[in-house]
Every structure is written in structure tokens, then in C-alpha cells.
Design a binder for this molecule. Structure first.
Ligand code: GLC
Length: 689
């Protein structure tokens, strides 16, 4: 049951696409009391939580799986320091579930800033504050947490499914300069026997950071180079930034100016901001013609053989607004004449340090959206979503039958139909490995199935053990990409002493691909989650409720990664008896059945813990050096059979868009005596291991 409550004149976000079954209500919002409209400063709702209520959701946000005890702001922000004290990251995912005294879901459909206080000011009080402007509140009820999520997901439309190669391993670094650098990365992976499907091209591939250009000096014959890489089964994935460089003679700039596609200030002139290329204009992604123009620009690269992209800096990130910068320079002149005492010095410092992503700048430009002129801050959280939508809508026209890889940094619910998200500029910190795990279920709830973090960490220097442990989680995330910032320690796997450990663990991912891909597709097709907190699978187990560092992956598997330095194992909670596969590689494993309860489980640095639920199986293929090479002719089954297991394996060619997945389903049945039968599309050999 999904009820809709409209307040004021909301701006349509296109987050909800299936309205069937949604009841518009004039009654009072259940569970919440409306405290006040805060004299035009926004609207506030409050709910009294039970002492042990748990809150799930909010997609990409900091802190634990249980979001209780902190205050979060949906206000897409380019902030590369993801520490506990922050309130906003890059996304605005305004959906959460309360489980305890009451069980319900809430979606605040509002493109402006929304603040969620989950027991921050008062321990048992949950409040939602929506900044001025209209909005819609949806309240969902259902018989289980999972069912509420399904209903919500159904309303927001089917999640994006990537090409299969997008679930292979991708190597990235901000710093690869040219074709030579990329060739070398590929060669070293191949020589070290480390599987690889894609190499990411960060901003340096462009001519002076101009979107839809390729630097000829660095890539003399780009289409030929793309072909050469494809010949080695490597997909190149270029970055696209939101801001368009202001430069006479640059087509994207000139077309944008000529057709009025850029965001304008109140006086009708184009807003100027600063990002990587220096001075830029921001395409008005919300304006239909501008969006379709920007989307068509991707064709420039698609025509040269590119089949994947990542959209960046689309909060949009603003190093500075030009007018604001001028004010600061002027004020600095004034400061020169002053005595820099405690107040003046810190005043000056705060003024300069606060220059980027300043609220004042987000109030200085406008969009044309669905026939209205709207100030940016009123729709701020839609910008990244609409940039990715621009690409997604264009891809439908450019490549109607093919799946292209697409993920973005900024997002709002609704964008999940066009692409995935990566978790932004994390750091090579052990705490961020755990954060990576904790973000996964919340993202799934909000529709984002294609996701992963910069494996190994983007900022600061990685160590070999952290990278390996991180990979041991990364092999389960659909987006599995190692990315790092320039200036940090190089972190390609082949640079470390125990390259065989990396090769083995990543080999395990490729072997697990049939299971992971199948579970991904099922989650997308049935509006379900691929990564579940334990209580979603074991709602009646009170001990499962507190588990913050284990996840169910698909229907039959539980993972419990090690995320502490120097640990040689960890405590794991089993809500029921399970079979543990302690795996060093796709070939080497120790197997043990563990009873329900708490256990200390050993896991050496190069060992991954995979738990299989009773009467479930997970197929393992023979891995390969890239996705095309994965051999599914003989599937070995991780299994724990008490009576019988039935598994539906989904598969396809990995490229074409498919609506009728029935064609690709194989039903695998394992009887208690170990006999395996299969029917459907893939009837190869099956072996129990
Ligand atoms: C941003 C992105 C990061 C990228 C960098 C340079 O910080 O989040 O992934 O490497 O920009 O383009």
C-alpha cells in the first residue's frame, strides 16, 4: 500500500513512473505529526520512534546500515572527505524504512534540500525537514520490509542492467595520460594473469578537459586504438564532466551558446563557474532540448567504438562561481588593510575555504524545466540525475538494442533507470571498506543495483593488505573498479608482492559471475535487492537486527568480509545453520558446516568467506581473463543441501537489451542424494563441490 500526500506545488521529478496502486490521500499523514511550516522556511514532520526501532535506507549516505542516531541532508555535494561528521555526499536518495514500533517506508519526493534527523537532536525523535517549496510524501506499508521495498521499486521503475562486461574488472587511475599508459596497464594485467575487462579514461584523455574531445597528441588515432583494445577484450570507458569549457571555436560551447542551452543568471547571461577546464557553463540538463543535445554529444565517442561512460562532477561541483570569486578578490583587498586578529583572520580564511560549492552560487542560476523558469537550488538534487538521463535517452536512439555502460557520481532516485552510481571519492582507509559494505543495501533499496566503490580507495595511500581485503568485498559488487587519485600510491594489483593472491581472488569473481549476474538480473526484473541486511532475510531473529558487517548476496549466499587491519579472522553471526566455503581461489577451498549462532571464523589475508544457506546453491564457472572467456559449460555448485535445492540461473549474451528473460532461464535442481538435473536454456554439466 503506497499513499501519496501532496504539499504545496511540488516540482515533478519523474522519480515515480508507475502510479498504479498509489492512492492519493487528503487525510493526515500516518505516523507523523506535522510540527509546523516554520514560517516559510520549510516543512517539518516528526515521528516518535520506539527505543529499538531501526532505520534502513537513504541510499548513498555515510554511517551504518542502521541510519539511526545521525542527521543526514539530501543535498548533492562534491565532498571527497567521507568522514562520520558529514551530512551529505553526492546523492539525494530520500527513501527509508522504519522497522520497530511501526513498520513503514517513506519517500520524500522533493528536488530541493531535505534533512532527515534520525534521533540526532533527540534520541527517539525522527524528523524530516523539507526546504521551502512543494513536495510529495509517500508512505508505504506492507507485510515485510522486503515487500515494502519491492512496492517502492515497482513505482520508480526498473533498474538499469549493465552489459555483462561491466561486471568484469575495471582498472582506473586519475593519471593515465595516453595510449601508451593504457597499453601498459593492459599488458601488465595480462602478463600477471590478472583478469581485466575495462580501463577507465579520466579527464586527461580530453583536450584541455573539454567534454567530447580526445587529445590528438595523446591518442593520435583514437578509433584505431579503441579497436586495438577491443581486440584484447578491453573496453575503454571515458569520463564526461558536467561543465562545458568556455572557448571560442569549441563546438560544444558554441552550439550551447547559440541555442541557449546553458544555465543563465537572472539577467539572462550565462552563469560562469569554475571546474577542471577553468571557466565553464553548465548545460541546462533539465531543459528538454538542451538535454537531448547534450545526450547526442556522446555519439562522438560511441561512433569511435566507445560503449561505456562515467558521468562526473554533476552535483554540479563548483570550484567557484565567477561572480562570487570576484567578490572574494575584492574583499581580500580590504583584508590587506586590516589587522588580522582572531576574528578577521578566521573570517578571511573561512571566506576563501568556503568558496567551493557555495549555496549562494547555487542560487545564482536558473533552469527551464517543464515550461517554467526555476532557480537552481530549488531543483539542485536533480542535476546529476538529468545529466545521466540525457545520456540514457540519447543511447536509446543511438544504440536502441545495445546495453551501454553508464554510471554517475551525483544522483536522485529515478536515475537508477538510466545507470548506476559509484560511491565517489573515498579514501584508502579501513573504515571506508566497511562503509562500502554498509552503503550497498541502502542503494539497492533506492533502485541502484549497479554500484561499487573505488576499490582500494581513491584518496590517500593504499597498503597491500587493505587492497586485498577490499577486493575480497569488491568481488561481490556489480561495479568492480580499482580507481585512485593522482599523487597517491599506485595501486594496480600487479605492483604488489603477492600478485598471485590478487589473481586468485579476482579469478574467483569471474568464476562467480554466473551467480552474481543472475542475481543482479533477478533483482532488476523483480524490483528486489541484491544485497540485503540480515533482518530482511531473517525478520524474526532479533540477533540479526544488530548485524552491521555481513550481507546476504542474492538468494543463497551470505558474505562476511574482513575489514580490520591485521585481523586473521572475524566474528560472524549465523541466523541459521550454513555451509562455509573458505576460498583462496576458484579451485582452492576449505568447507565446513557451522551451526546457527556466533562464531569466530578464521580468514587469512588471502581467504574469502562465503556462506551458503540450507537448500541453496551458487554456481561457479571456470573463470577467465575477461568476461567473454568465462566458461559456463561445466558449472560447479557451491551447495548446502538438506532436502532439495532449486536454482534459477539467468543468463544471456550480455550485450543486447532483453525484456523477455524467460528465454535465458535454466532451472537447476539438486536432490538430497546429490543428483543434479537441469532444464531450460543451459543444460551443460554440473558438479557439486
Ligand atoms: C573527481 C572524481 C574522480 C576523478 C577526478 C578527476 O574527483 O570523483 O573519480 O578521478 O574527479 O576527474
Amino acid at each position: 500500500m503506497m499513499k501519496k500526500f501532496v504539499f504545496g506545488n511540488p516540482i515533478e521529478t519523474d522519480a515515480i513512473v508507475c502510479r498504479e496502486g498509489i492512492v492519493e490521500s487528503q487525510e493526515k499523514v500516518p505516523y507523523f505529526s506535522r510540527v509546523d511550516d516554520r514560517q516559510g522556511e520549510g516543512c517539518l514532520f516528526a515521528y516518535e520512534m520506539g527505543g529499538h526501532d531501526i532505520i534502513y535506507g537513504l541510499g548513498e549516505s555515510i554511517r551504518g546500515i542502521n541510519k539511526r542516531g545521525w542527521i543526514y541532508e539530501s543535498n548533492c555535494t562534491d565532498d571527497p572527505i567521507h568522514t562520520e561528521n558529514k551530512r551529505s555526499l553526492y546523492a539525494a536518495h530520500n527513501f527509508f524504512l522504519v522497522d520497530g514500533k511501526g513498520r513503514f517506508g517513506v519517500f520524500v519526493d522533493a528536488p530541493q534540500k531535505v534533512t532527515f534527523d534520525f534521533g540526532y537532536y533527540e534520541r527517539d525523535r525522527l524528523t524530516i525537514t523539507v526546504d521551502p517549496g512543494g513536495f510529495i510524501l509517500y508512505i508505504l506499508e506492507g507485510e515485510s520490509l522486503r515487500q515494502i521495498v519491492r512496492e517502492f521499486r515497482h513505482a520508480i521503475g526498473r533498474s538499469y542492467i549493465p552489459p555483462k562486461w561491466g561486471m568484469g574488472y575495471g582498472q582506473s587511475r586519475w593519471g593515465y595520460q595516453n595510449a601508451q599508459d593504457i597499453r601498459q596497464v593492459v599488458r601488465q594485467h595480462r602478463e600477471a594473469g590478472v583478469p581485466l575487462d575495462s580501463v577507465y579514461m579520466d579527464i586527461d584523455y580530453m583536450e584541455r578537459y573539454k567534454d567530447f574531445t580526445v587529445d590528438k597528441g595523446k591518442f593520435p588515432d583514437f578509433p584505431e586504438f579503441v579497436k586495438e583494445m577491443k581486440g584484447q577484450n578491453i573496453h575503454l570507458v571515458p569520463i564526461i564532466d558536467a561543465g562545458v569549457k568556455i572557448e571560442e571555436g569549441y563546438p560544444a560551447y558554441e552550439e550551447g551558446i547559440e541555442n541557449g542551452y546553458f544555465c543563465k543568471k537572472e539577467d539572462g547571461t550565462e552563469f560562469v563557474g569554475g571546474v577542471w577546464p577553468g571557466r565553464v557553463h553548465f548545460p541546462d540538463m533539465l531543459k528538454e532540448e538542451a538535454r537531448s543535445w547534450f545526450g547526442q554529444k556522446y555519439k562522438f565517442l560511441i561512433d569511435q567504438g566507445i560503449d561505456g561512460f562515467w558521468n562526473d562532477m554533476n552535483e554540479p561541483a563548483l570550484f567557484y562561481g565567477e561572480d562570487h570569486l570576484k567578490d572574494i578578490f575584492r574583499e581580500l583587498g580590504e583584508y590587506q588593510k586590516k589587522e588580522l586578529d582572531i576574528e578577521t583572520f578566521f573570517g578571511m580564511k573561512d571566506m576563501v575555504l568556503g568558496l567551493s560549492n557555495h549555496p549562494k552560487d547555487y542560487q545564482a542560476f536558473y533552469h527551464e524545466y517543464k515550461g517554467e523558469v526555476i532557480r537552481h537550488d530549488k531543483v539542485h538534487n536533480l542535476y546529476g540525475y538529468y545529466m545521466t538521463r540525457a545520456a540514457g535517452e540519447a543511447f536509446e536512439k543511438i544504440e536502441p538494442d545495445k546495453r551501454l555502460l553508464m554510471f554517475s557520481r551525483a544522483s536522485y532516485i529515478g536515475m537508477h533507470r538510466y545507470g548506476g552510481v559509484w560511491m565517489g571519492d573515498n579514501c584508502s582507509w579501513w573504515s571506508h571498506l566497511l562503509l562500502n559494505l554498509q552503503m550497498l543495501p541502502g542503494l539497492n533499496m533506492c533502485g541502484f543495483l549497479y554500484t561499487g566503490a573505488d576499490l582500494g580507495g581513491f584518496g590517500s595511500d593504499v597498503t597491500e593488505d587493505l587492497l586485498l581485503r577490499w577486493l575480497e568485498l569488491g568481488i561481490f559488487t556489480p561495479l568492480m573498479r580499482n580507481h585512485s587519485a593522482q599523487g597517491t600510491r599506485l595501486q594496480e594489483f600487479y605492483r604488489f608482492g603477492h600478485v598471485e593472491s590478487f589473481r586468485n581472488i579476482i579469478g574467483l569473481r569471474y568464476a562467480l559471475l554466473p551467480y552474481l549476474y543472475s542475481e543482479y538480473v533477478k533483482a532488476a526484473m523483480t524490483d528486489d535487492m541484491m544485497f540485503l541486511p540480515l533482518p530482511f532475510a531473517y525478520p524474526d531473529d532479533p540477533a540479526a537486527a544488530g548485524v552491521e558487517d555481513q550481507l546476504m548476496v542474492g538468494e543463497g549466499m551470505m558474505i562476511a568480509p574482513v575489514y580490520r587491519q591485521n585481523a586473521r579472522g572475524r566474528y560472524v553471526y549465523l541466523p541459521e545453520e550454513m555451509k562455509l566455503y573458505r576460498m583462496r581461489s576458484e579451485e582452492s577451498m576449505e568447507v565446513q558446516v557451522l551451526p546457527a549462532g556466533h562464531h569466530y571464523v578464521e580468514a587469512e589475508l588471502d581467504q574469502v568467506l562465503i556462506f551458503i544457506r540450507p537448500d541453496h546453491v551458487a554456481p561457479l564457472a571456470k573463470g577467465g581473463c575477461h568476461v567473454e572467456e568465462v566458461d559456463v559449460s561445466c558449472l560447479r555448485l557451491l551447495h548446502f543441501i538438506k532436502t532439495e535445492a532449486v536454482y534459477e540461473l539467468y543468463d544471456d549474451d550480455g550485450y543486447r537489451k532483453i525484456t523477455d528473460w524467460e528465454q535465458g532461464v535454466t532451472k537447476i535442481t539438486v536432490a538430497v542424494n546429490g543428483e543434479v538435473t537441469a532444464s531450460g536454456s543451459k543444460t551443460g554439466t554440473y558438479v557439486l563441490i
